[in-house]
Design a protein around this ligand. Structure first.
Ligand code: SER
Length: 497
């Protein structure tokens, strides 16, 4: 089943159940200084989860463009991507968790065709210290849903992370209680990590079982949240009902909300029963093109990493450019530049040092243009930016190599600071530096580089927080009047367009 088919089926299914389908928000969040990028489907919905009225009603669904910059270096294994689409549906104090769980089970098993035998479930075990109850309602409902499919699904307490989940899974157990580290969702993580005013709630997650062998280097026994690769989370039903108070307790939100999010690419991987997410149609098409251009094979272990990085980064690049995020040396622009240059660098690893993004971008556009028509309209712009950056990259490569040779010190080492300068000043990505100097038998101080990088990250974060801070630059009468006028104009545009 194709990604586009799953997206269409999901939105049609939500529509049938009374949801208004809204377009994806931009990758850069609007009026939200918490992150540089939209990292989950619920992010544009925060005001409505907190009680503001949504203009389209109390049942909303969409497919949201998301980007997780913190995962850039994770890309290369069989499941991480930086850019992804999150399918989401929300109830703002409307339907119940029972409705949600029944619907999503039907959607996954009947619409997507996932075998219920392969689904595993987790629920919140409760937290006595914060007076948060165990979610027995969800666990029992799941048991009933499986039972209706002729599957005996036992419920078990899996134990805690602190105890290493030693108990594992036994017999016919299929529904597991975990604590707040796993089955509580807020943008900040588990209950005690939430800042005051942040909404959150217990969740119930769905995992797909690829039935691969457990790898004991991840722990003695396997369980749904084990990272060995047997299970993959494909959806999360959050019961967004609480808000963190100043005294660290939890108060009920004005309404009991539902926030469902499911990774579209992961659902597609489950639908074709492939633990390698890069086998789904959208990535497969990009990879086939790369195979053709390079004459190398994706299934060759030494090239797989490069194929995946290029496929993921090309996709992220196209969506970012279309959203108006252009390569630069700061904030979001810095990330898109990093994506593009990593893709080009890994292109060189496949022997493709010429115009790789320019050749791959049209495929990405073609694969997504039905759901995101803007991409096609922006083709010329995307290709122009990609072309410019590729030219700069080749200049950078020459200049960076010259600088690098000068920087290597008397001990034949490159300091972390210099590696960092190569990146920030000369745009020479760390992986390129490592590659070049390793060939020369020279070492780099990674922890020093990480320190520099962290310093820089904090600085750019501070800068972006200042920049995106809500509210007014000053409170003069003129500024306030212009601010109000802007709100009125935006409201008018929304209504008319
Ligand atoms: N907020 C939840 C998540 O991102 C569900 O949308 O997983």
């Amino acid at each position: 089943m194709k990604v586009s088919t799953i997206r269409e089926k999901y939105l049609a299914f939500c529509k049938k159940n009374g949801h208004a389908i809204v377009p994806s928000g931009q990758i850069v969040p609007e009026n939200d200084a918490t992150t540089l990028f939209t990292g989950s489907g619920m992010q544009p919905m925060v005001p409505y989860l907190l009680g503001e009225k949504h203009p389209e009603g109390t049942r909303i669904a969409d497919a949201q463009k998301c980007f997780r910059a913190e995962d850039i270096e994770e890309v290369g294994d069989n499941r991480h991507t930086t850019f992804f689409e999150m399918l989401g549906n929300w109830s703002f104090g409307d339907y119940t968790k029972e409705d949600q769980l029944r619907w999503i089970f039907t959607f996954l098993t009947q619409e997507v065709g996932i075998n219920p035998e392969r689904l595993y479930i987790t629920c919140f075990i409760g937290d006595i210290s914060s007076d948060l109850p165990k979610d027995e309602f969800s666990a029992n409902l799941w048991k009933e849903l499986f039972s209706a499919e002729g599957i005996e699904a036992k419920i078990a307490d899996i134990g805690s992370e602190a105890r290493g989940y030693k108990r594992g899974m036994n017999g016919k157990e299929r529904i597991f209680y975990y604590d707040g580290t796993k089955n509580w969702w807020s943008r900040a993580g588990k209950p005690d990590k939430m800042p005051v005013g942040e909404p959150g709630g217990p969740d119930s997650e769905m995992f797909y079982d690829f039935q691969t062998q457990h790898d004991t280097s991840y722990g003695e026994k396997c369980h749904p949240n084990c990272d060995c690769g047997r299970f993959m989370e494909i959806g999360n039903n959050v019961f967004m009902e609480f808000i963190k108070e100043a005294d660290s307790s939890f108060a009920p939100l004005p309404k009991k909300n539902i926030d469902f999010g499911g990774g579209l690419e992961r659902i597609a991987a489950a639908a074709i029963d492939s633990p390698d997410v890069y086998k789904i149609d959208i990535f497969d098409a990009i990879i086939k093109k790369l195979e053709k251009l390079s004459g190398k094979k994706y299934d060759t272990p030494e090239y797989q990493f490069a194929f995946r990085v290029i496929a993921d980064h090309a996709r992220g690049t196209v969506f970012m450019l279309s959203d108006g995020i252009f390569p630069s040396n700061k904030d979001q622009g810095y990330i898109v530049r990093r994506l593009m240059r990593r893709a080009m660098f890994y292109g060189t690893q496949l022997g493709l040092d010429d115009k790789i993004l320019e050749k791959v971008a049209p495929i990405v556009i073609d694969l997504h243009k039905d759901a995101y028509p803007r991409l096609e309209e922006d083709t010329a712009l995307i290709l122009r930016e990609v072309r410019n950056e590729e030219k700069k990259f080749h200049k950078t490569l020459e200049r960076g190599l010259r600088e690098l040779n000068k920087m290597i010190n008397m001990d034949g080492e490159l300091t972390g600071e210099d590696a960092f300068i190569l990146f920030t000043t000369y745009g020479f990505p760390l992986e390129m530096t490592v590659e070049v100097i390793e060939k020369k038998g020279i070492k780099i101080n990674h922890s020093e580089y990480a320190e520099e990088f962290e310093k820089h990250r904090k600085l750019s974060r501070t800068a972006s927080e200042g920049k995106f801070k809500g509210g007014l630059a000053d409170h003069s009468e003129k500024t306030t009047a212009l601010h109000t006028a802007t709100h009125l104009m935006l409201a008018g545009l929304r209504k008319e367009l």
